[in-house]
Design a binder for this molecule. Structure first.
Ligand SMILES: Cc1cc2nc3c(=O)[nH]c(=O)nc-3n(C[C@H](O)[C@H](O)[C@H](O)COP(=O)(O)OP(=O)(O)OC[C@H]3O[C@@H](n4cnc5c(N)ncnc54)[C@H](O)[C@@H]3O)c2cc1C
Length: 359
């Protein structure tokens, strides 16, 4: 393993916070709480936040945070003609963002259906469609900042598992406990954008070397963090952007900034620095093996996922105990769990051991 990374998804039951709040004589536009979909929805969320900033007619803008949400907000603000300064405690490569999986997962733990309400579905679709088209500008570039990869979803069963889609009202729910309790509470919006996403293709089981009962191929968009992150940062600097390393401790600290308009992108840290207890941690972990440029595919099998990226082979055990969307919910333990990582790696080691060797 070259790295073992732990991250907390900034989950909010009502979906990301994108409202405007007057604080300390400033106009603060929030852009945080994107759950397991921050990379995927970043451009669309930034477009909404910058649209609100443009209505103030100010020329200078401050962005708090340099994770993927802060950086895309900063770039969208520059494209809208703002003079932009990012204030941040950590740069992108130290932020939680680069501890993610990094693929197109726009409705992963993004909201709860009931708490977000029907209007959020429309806002989600707007963000997802805008992001999807924004990513096209980064395709086909050196280092493949954004890439498409075939992922093979393998199963030992002939039929896909049918998830329990209905909330069981006899059991605890978010409404009764203040925390998601059932996978069925999580919102699913993916069907709204299937017209723009490559469809999955069922494969004859004989078309994979692994001897599994069923398989399908999904062509997925993914983000190579190193190439993409450096490209975004150099775009920001080339357009005259500034980055100031600063940590804020309370909303009143914003009074010291020269900018009157602020886009607030602290991710999970909003729980402490903005005292926003609506943020719920959803822990996740990725293990990284050395990059192998000869591999260009991904696998999903028995609740684990492998993705060969330019910066390493990423392995994530996302459903080791068949918890589905409930995996990691409410868990803020941000330390690596080596046993969990080895379990996920061994799922693929076992799979490859079953495949006939070539040569
Ligand atoms: C295991 C895992 C896998 C994931 N996989 C995917 C995926 O495949 N696709 C996808 O779309 N999403 C994925 N996500 C979700 C995604 O990583 C997050 O939604 C996203 O990173 C949130 O970005 P952010 O910029 O809001 O937060 P962060 O990355 O946490 O950035 C916050 C920034 O704010 C700064 N900051 C915070 N507090 C302060 C303060 N007080 N003062 C100054 N600066 C401050 C920080 O230094 C940092 O720069 C995954 C998450 C996990 C945990």
């Amino acid at each position: 393993m070259t790295a073992l990374k732990v991250c907390l998804r900034p989950f909010r039951a009502a979906g990301p916070r994108l409202d405007v709040e007057p604080v300390a004589g400033k106009t603060v536009i929030h852009n945080y709480g994107h759950g397991g979909s921050g990379w995927s929805l970043s451009w669309g969320a930034a477009n909404i936040a910058v649209g609100k900033a443009a209505a103030t007619l100010e020329k200078k803008i401050a962005i708090i945070g340099c994770g993927i949400i802060g950086l895309t907000s900063a770039l969208m603000a520059q494209r809208a003609g703002f003079d932009v300064t990012i204030y941040t405690r950590d740069m992108l490569f130290q932020s939680r963002s680069v501890r993610a999986n990094g693929s197109w997962t726009p409705d992963s733990r993004i909201a709860l259906t009931e708490q977000a309400g029907p209007q959020f579905g429309d806002l989600w679709e707007q963000m997802a469609r805008f992001s999807w088209s924004a990513y096209r500008d980064y395709l086909g570039l050196p280092g493949n900042p954004i890439d498409f990869i075939d992922t093979y979803v393998l199963s030992d069963k002939r039929e896909e598992d049918k998830f329990h889609e209905e909330i069981d009202r006899s059991k605890p729910t978010y409404a009764t406990t203040g925390k998601p309790q059932q996978g069925a509470e999580f919102a699913r919006y993916y069907s709204r954008v299937t017209d723009i996403i490559p469809a999955s293709l069922p494969l004859d089981s004989g078309h994979t070397p692994f001897g599994v009962a069923s398989a399908k191929r999904v062509r997925r968009m993914m983000y190579n963090f190193g190439a993409y992150g450096h490209l975004l940062l150099s775009e920001f600097h080339q357009a005259g952007g500034r980055i100031v390393m600063r940590e804020f401790h309370a909303p009143s600290d914003l009074a010291a900034l020269r900018e009157k308009v602020i886009i607030n992108c602290p991710g999970y840290a909003a729980r402490d620095w903005w005292r926003d207890k609506s943020i719920i941690p959803v822990r996740g972990q990725t293990a990284w093996l050395p990059p192998d440029p000869t591999l260009h595919y991904g696998l999903a099998y028995r609740g684990a996922e492998m993705l060969s990226k330019s910066d390493g082979i990423m392995i994530q055990g996302y459903d080791l105990d068949h918890l589905g969307e409930m995996s990691g919910v409410g868990n803020s333990f941000e330390h690596p769990d080596r046993i969990e990582a080895e379990h996920a790696i061994n799922i693929f080691a076992g799979l490859f051991a079953r495949a006939p060797t070539q040569g």
